[in-house]
Design a protein around this ligand. Structure first.
Ligand SMILES: [Zn+2]
Length: 210
């Protein structure tokens, strides 16, 4: 079990990495980690370069601030809904990663064009239907698109990645962004050949054990 301080540091480190690795530009995107029946979330509108652990806000599932003086991210309902619906999830990364977002504006998920799509838990990475940012409707759409998965795209918005820890969620977000870029590149030339159900099932077996 990690201490509260370690959890806070890992949220801030993942948020800084998200920005430094080009997964979110400006102050877009947000990161959280579950602590018992609440979550540490990144604050609204604070540049990641200057973010410190004391800038995080501890928020319960109803959006009440339990600790911290800043305003929590406007996407706190998305994070809260995911922790409520998914006991397996310890951390959430939400980013406007450029290639994921490009596909999301086309309302295209990422199909089984590459076996690594399996890192998100299945044979596709879905794109959730559009809903206004920061609303419970967006949270519902994301929870549904994430069934049996650890990542999804959000139509005309961005993407979400889940993990046991902020670091793991960030690594998955980076992997999904790479897949989105490769899929986008392939689409410039034509329609990529998709792996069939049996090929993806084999890949998923191996991914689960490596
Ligand atoms: Zn967003």
């Amino acid at each position: 079990m990690k201490s509260r301080e370690q959890v806070e540091v890992s949220v801030v480190n993942a948020a800084k990495q998200m920005s430094a690795r080009g997964l979110s530009r400006g102050t877009s995107g947000n990161v959280s980690a579950r602590v018992d029946d609440a979550m540490w979330v990144t604050p609204s509108a604070l540049p990641y370069a200057v973010m410190e652990p004391h800038d995080l806000v501890l928020v319960d599932w109803d959006g009440n601030t339990l600790q911290g003086s800043r305003k929590p991210t406007t996407e706190w309902p998305l994070h809260a809904a995911l922790y409520r619906a998914r006991p397996d999830v310890g951390a959430v990364v939400h980013a406007h990663a450029p290639f994921c977002t490009t596909l999301a504006t086309l309302r295209r998920g990422i199909p089984a064009f590459h076996y690594m799509v399996g890192v998100a838990g299945g044979d596709s990475i879905r794109c959730a239907p559009y809903a206004t940012f920061g609303t419970p409707e967006l949270a519902v759409a994301a929870v549904d698109a994430l069934r049996d998965r650890r990542a999804c795209l959000l139509a005309n918005h961005g993407m979400v990645a889940l993990g046991d820890s902020p670091g793991a969620a960030l690594e998955l977000a980076a992997e999904v962004e790479t897949l989105a870029e490769l899929y986008w590149r392939a689409l410039q030339v034509g329609e990529p050949v998709l792996l069939n159900a049996e090929q993806m099932a084999d890949a998923l077996d191996r991914i689960r054990t490596y």
